[in-house]
Design a protein. Structure first.
Length: 311
């Protein structure tokens, strides 16, 4: 059994007794993950004394659906990550870092060796673990075994940057209970991402829209992921327009420079721009979309879902 207490922010904290750690371990809990990051205590759970997120940051996460962890790992660590990926890109695709003419395909996949490489362990360092503790509660979440797919987006030569429409989505089920917070989505930049440089697009405050919408849906709809997503994206004219294909003059300015009222909640499309070593944590129901890269450099990112442990 997991015992809980209340934090000052109202989130639930979890702890387990030593005897419970010697019993059956939940699937996904991992022993001895990156000991150099400063975690201590029970082998399977993050135990840190301090909290990295301020009250204002926690309130911002609740309001907007995301929070930045700037400099969560170092520029040197990020450079080592990129070096590993460049080597695999060369081996699998013949892609050479110093020769942009070889940068194809624009979104290479199957980088399995890089995905498993321990060079990415610093993503799960102190900044992340403290922030996740702040949001999910100490002992309430298992450290991921790895950090999700290696996401490389090379520049799209000759193509202008356009706001995409096709698959605005979330990565968590809609039949989760809204409270307590049941997970986080992590995006970790291990290369710089400037404006129109392939940074993932988010819809600020969309987690609140999703929560309000799914509360009105019967269980048989919420359990059908595709059906719920389509219903949600068609239930308001603004969301319909965001997902509508075809050219629309001023589309980027419309959705990224202005707020739009949806059911009394002001939403706006946000581009994730930052430096190598920056991490953003989003609410599991924050809408997001892959973005084109109209810059001169590749975008390097890892993306992973973090789940609250079953209680």
């Amino acid at each position: 059994m997991i015992s809980t207490t209340e934090t000052q922010t109202g989130r639930r904290r979890c702890r387990r007794t030593e005897d419970q750690w010697n019993g059956t371990r939940s699937k996904g809990w991992q022993r001895d993950r990156v000991p150099k990051t400063g975690r201590s205590g029970s082998p399977d759970v993050v135990i840190l004394a301090s909290v990295v997120l301020t009250t204002a940051e926690l309130e911002g996460f609740d309001e907007l659906g995301f929070v930045w962890l700037r400099g969560a790992f170092t520029a040197d660590q990020a450079a080592a990550m990129r070096a590993v990926v460049w080597r695999e890109l060369a081996r699998r695709y013949g892609i050479q870092e110093q020769d942009p003419a070889t940068w194809s395909p624009t979104r290479p996949s199957g980088l399995k060796n890089s995905k498993r490489h321990r060079v990415f362990d610093p993503i799960g360092g102190t900044a992340l673990t403290e922030a996740a503790d702040s949001l999910l509660g100490k002992g309430c979440w298992p450290m991921p075994r790895q950090w999700g797919p290696v996401l490389v987006t090379f520049p799209f030569p000759g193509e202008p940057w356009v706001l995409p429409h096709r698959v605005w989505h979330v990565d968590f089920r809609y039949d989760n209970r809204a409270e307590p917070l049941f997970g986080l989505k992590l995006f970790a930049l291990f290369g710089d991402a400037g404006p129109q440089g392939g940074g993932t697009l988010l819809v600020s405050r969309s987690h609140r829209l999703v929560a309000r919408f799914v509360a009105t849906q019967p269980d048989e709809v919420r359990s059908d992921f595709r059906r719920t997503r389509l219903r949600f994206m068609s239930h308001d004219p603004v969301l319909k327009d965001l997902a509508r294909p075809g050219p629309e003059p001023g589309r980027r300015e419309r959705f990224m420079d202005n707020d739009h009222d949806v059911d009394g909640i002001a939403i706006r499309v946000i581009e994730l721009t930052g430096h190598a070593g920056d991490v953003v944590l989003t609410h599991p129901w924050t809408l997001h979309h892959v973005a084109p890269n109209a810059s001169m450099q590749p975008r390097f990112m890892r993306a992973q879902s973090i789940y609250r442990a079953a209680q």
